[in-house]
Design a protein around this ligand. Structure first.
Ligand SMILES: Cc1cc2nc3c(=O)[nH]c(=O)nc-3n(C[C@H](O)[C@H](O)[C@H](O)COP(=O)(O)O)c2cc1C
Length: 208
């Protein structure tokens, strides 16, 4: 079995939907085992945002998704990340999760794992691509092998519609007030990245 982890953080549900689409795309495939996990919320963020209806609703929708631990990273052969944009970069919740994985780095426990990244932002040019590219830096330090989303298998990226997607990874546009939800095309591209990471992870495993 090739083990796949879809791990995400989501304040308002966009990355949650993308992560679920990614997990669903590989869930029933023979020879793959899939876990969908959310990165734990930070207490300060919970306090700051719990007056927002959209946040409360999105947290409620995710209540049955188990929280990720570092053991999940070690367990997986392939890891798909859902990382929304905060000022063109990853949220503190994701940073905290990665920054506390120092012992895994020291022991080389995450080296050789296939990985891909998805993102979201409110505006079309608000930083989805920079979030994916900057999130890649710590993953490379941890020794992971990056899998992108090429144009060949993602023809949706040639569309003139207001959708996400880049060669760096799938993404979605939440809209200036956060009320847009991932387009069908975004969810399709999320699933394709998951399948691509799965294929690469299974091949790398064969090399071990
Ligand atoms: C502190 C903060 C910073 C943000 N920075 C950006 C930004 O730089 N560009 C942008 O387009 N959206 C920005 N947003 C909007 C988020 O990217 C958006 O809410 C998120 O992608 C939605 O995904 P989620 O529902 O999975 O959390 C920011 C939101 C917050 C709370």
């Amino acid at each position: 079995m090739t083990k796949l982890l879809v791990i995400y953080y989501s304040s308002y549900g966009h990355m949650f939907k993308m992560a679920r689409a990614a997990a669903d795309a590989v869930r029933d495939k023979e020879n793959y085992e899939v876990k969908l996990k959310k990165i734990p919320e930070l207490e300060q963020a919970r306090k700051g945002m719990s007056s927002q209806e959209a946040y409360v609703k999105a947290r409620e929708a995710q209540k049955d998704i188990p929280e990720a631990t570092h053991d999940d990273l070690v367990w997986a052969d392939g890891i798909i990340w859902g990382i929304p944009t905060r000022f063109g970069n990853m949220p503190a919740q994701v940073k905290q999760f990665i920054d506390t994985a120092g012992s895994l780095w020291a022991e080389g426990k995450l080296e050789g794992k296939a990985t891909g990244i998805m993102s979201s932002s409110n505006t079309a040019h608000g930083g989805q691509e920079s979030t994916i590219l900057t999130s890649l830096i710590p993953l490379l330090h941890l020794g992971m092998i990056f899998v992108g989303s090429p144009y060949g298998e993602n023809q949706e990226m040639f569309s003139d519609k207001l959708i996400g997607g880049s060669p760096y990874g799938p993404s979605t546009i939440a809209g200036s007030d956060g009320s847009m939800m991932p387009a069908e095309e975004d969810l399709t591209m999320a699933g394709r990245l998951a399948r691509r990471v799965a294929r690469v992870a299974s091949k790398i495993k064969d090399l071990d």
